[in-house]
Design a protein around this ligand. Structure first.
Ligand code: BES
Ligand code: MN
Ligand code: ZN
Length: 461
């Protein structure tokens, strides 16, 4: 399985240079002719391998473009360069920094089920770089992508728990897991209802990680993740096309574990609570049903209009639990709605918060690190669409409100902590088409932005 250390190497005698092409005017005779012959104009992210007189690769050129280097431009390098050792030459420190992280992210491969893993290019770490920080970000994103890419048979609730235990153990955090019928006693009724139809070895669970909780003077950050190991849709069963990719429905859990790993690894001066609701939305005689009224941890009842709107149900208990810690900041990540994709497509996760400062800080960080987010409204006019006839709330918002990602966020808002600021990210967690540096499959969205925001908010002593 890929780790940043496999791609980013300390040194190599044979490393070939990757140089910036800021337009093609400065190129010398041979390179200029080769560029012209290959239709290389130095456009952003265009890559040209320039041979030496022996015909072997001598160096590579990467187009920069007039607006300067996009933070993620380097992702395509890992896909476009031949499998060899490369080094960056002629770039500013800032550019080299961005290129290195992006190169790492672009080099990800999911090869767990392949007899052989493909060869990949490696990059010599630029001297001026904080390598540990760069590696840490790549490894967190790799965890997210690997978890999402792993089929549901091998990434069930128990395996999500194992990932959480691994992250916690590395950083000396505590883990408490409430599983199966114990969820009822511990008052996680919605998590139990959604997950109880699964096979016993795939029983639902609420995973709680705690880190630095005695440091009462530090701000408390709560991370909440949707961990639906597989979303069949339950009894309101999904059609085949919609079900095909639902191994990724634990994407929110993967995202918060990746983000937690970053926060603890950087030793940010915070207390951290991570809550993951890990369930399988399965079908059996004991499955929850359309029309059932569920209890929730917060005390609000929910009429189930559609068992396929399961994410908001399990998150309602997890968010209520987060609130009991009186957090200063709560972020939840969830592959919550298909409607988010209708609104913004797979590359642009909707961000919901009613805290203006948090919105501004997250969007600024998002632009800085090239981790796109788009703010969407918690539109008060649609609040009544999640109210029900015979219960306090309904999980399938009324059809008239139409904006499914917004109404799902409004549902979550009813359970969000009433201390501190809360934001919800409706992530797709998936690249549906392969682009160089963005292979088809699991993707980490928003955690680099969230981490950068927190680094600014909670600077080291
Ligand atoms: N996990 C899905 C949402 C989803 C679908 C995310 C496809 C990404 C890609 C979620 O549990 C779901 O099924 N939501 C329903 C809600 C509806 C029944 C109110 C949806 O969005 O259709
Ligand atoms: Mn669903
Ligand atoms: Zn789901």
């Amino acid at each position: 399985m890929i780790a940043a250390a496999d791609v980013l190497i300390p040194a190599s005698d044979a490393a070939l240079p990757v140089r910036p092409a800021r337009g093609v005017d400065g190129l010398g005779g041979m390179a200029a002719a080769w560029a012209a012959a290959n239709d290389f104009g130095g456009k952003p992210s265009q890559v040209l391998i320039v041979p030496g007189t022996d015909g072997k690769p001598d160096h590579a050129l990467m187009g920069v473009g007039e607006k300067g280097l996009d933070p993620m431009a380097g992702r395509c390098l890992a896909a476009k360069l031949p499998a060899a050792d490369w080094r960056l030459e002629g770039w500013s420190d800032e550019e080299a920094h961005a290129l290195t992280l992006a190169f790492l992210l672009g080099a990800y491969q999911f090869d767990r089920y392949k007899a052989k893993s493909g060869p990949r290019p490696r990059l010599v770490a630029p001297a001026a770089l904080d390598l540990d920080a760069t590696r840490a970000i790549a490894d967190a994103c790799f965890r997210v992508r690997r978890m999402v890419d792993t089929p549901a048979a091998d990434m069930g609730p128990a395996e999500i728990e194992a990932e959480a235990r691994e992250v916690a153990k590395v950083h000396g955090a505590s883990v408490e897991v409430t599983t199966g019928d114990a969820l009822l006693k511990a008052n996680y009724p919605a998590v139990h209802a959604v997950g109880r139809a699964a096979a016993p070895h795939r029983a639902p669970r609420l995973i709680e990680i705690g880190w630095n909780l005695d440091a009462a003077d530090r701000p408390l950050v709560a991370l909440v993740g949707k961990g639906v190991a597989f979303d069949s849709g339950g009894l309101d069963i999904k059609p085949a096309a919609g079900m095909r990719n639902m191994k990724k429905d634990m994407g929110g859990a993967a995202h918060v574990l990746g983000l937690a790993q970053l926060i603890m690894g950087a030793d940010l001066p915070v207390r951290l609570v991570v809550l993951v609701a890990a369930v399988e939305n399965a079908i059996s005689a004991d499955a929850f049903r359309p029309g059932d009224v569920l209890q929730t941890r917060k005390g609000l009842t929910v009429e189930v209009g559609n068992t396929d709107a399961e994410g908001r149900l399990i998150l309602s208990d997890a968010l209520a639990r987060a609130g009991e810690h009186r957090p200063d900041l709560t972020l939840d990540f969830a592959t919550l709605t298909g409607a988010a994709r209708v609104a913004l497509g797979p590359e642009l996760p909707p961000l919901y918060t009613d805290d203006e400062t948090l919105a501004a800080d997250l969007l600024a960080a998002s632009a800085r690190v090239g981790d796109p987010l788009w703010r969407m409204p918690l539109w008060p006019g649609y609040r009544t669409s999640v109210e029900a006839e015979i219960a306090d709330l309904r999980n399938d918002s009324a059809a008239w409100a139409q904006a499914g990602s917004v109404t799902a966020a409004l549902f979550l808002q009813r359970f969000a902590p009433d201390t501190g600021a809360w934001a919800h990210l409706d992530v797709f967690a998936w690249n549906p088409r392969a682009r160089p540096g963005w292979p088809e499959g699991g993707e980490a969205q928003g955690i680099r932005a969230a981490f950068d925001m927190m680094r600014c908010r909670f600077p080291q002593g």
